[in-house]
Ligand binder design. Structure first.
Ligand SMILES: *[C@@H]1O[C@H](CO)[C@@H](O)[C@H](O)[C@H]1NC(C)=O
Length: 114
């Protein structure tokens, strides 16, 4: 992908993060992943709510697709991981593996710090 487009999508993701550290599952976020909102929503594992799913996906996308720019997003990711841990969600492993399938990543819960 064009480096400028990569930067724009990273900035877009960062701008969509809420103050609490999570993301909302909506069309803007799905567009960062190159997907439609329904495509992303339809793959959501049953145990987790939309924000947990959206936030896990955002983390997977950063680690899988933007690993070269980690310096730029490490604080964004730290805040997101801390929000996820605070939610104590059920079925997080399933969520990470479903997220890897959707985004074509191979990241582990340990890598994401969740
Ligand atoms: C998606 O959610 C973010 C964060 O709440 C918000 O800034 C953005 O405008 C929303 N996009 C749409 C299409 O609703």
């Amino acid at each position: 992908m064009d480096p400028l487009l990569q930067l724009v999508s990273l900035l877009q993701l960062v701008s969509l993060q809420k103050a609490s550290g999570c993301w909302e599952l909506n069309a803007s976020l799905a567009a960062v992943f190159g997907k439609t909102e329904s495509e992303v929503a339809n793959h959501r594992p049953a145990q987790v709510d939309g924000s947990v799913w959206a936030t896990v996906l955002a983390l997977i996308w950063l680690y899988a697709c933007r690993s070269d720019d980690q310096v730029e997003w490490q604080f964004v990711a730290m805040k997101a991981a801390s929000w996820i841990r605070s939610q104590k969600p059920e079925g997080l492993s399933q969520c990470v593996s479903d997220g890897n399938v959707l985004l074509g990543g191979q990241v582990t819960e340990g890598m994401l710090g969740i």
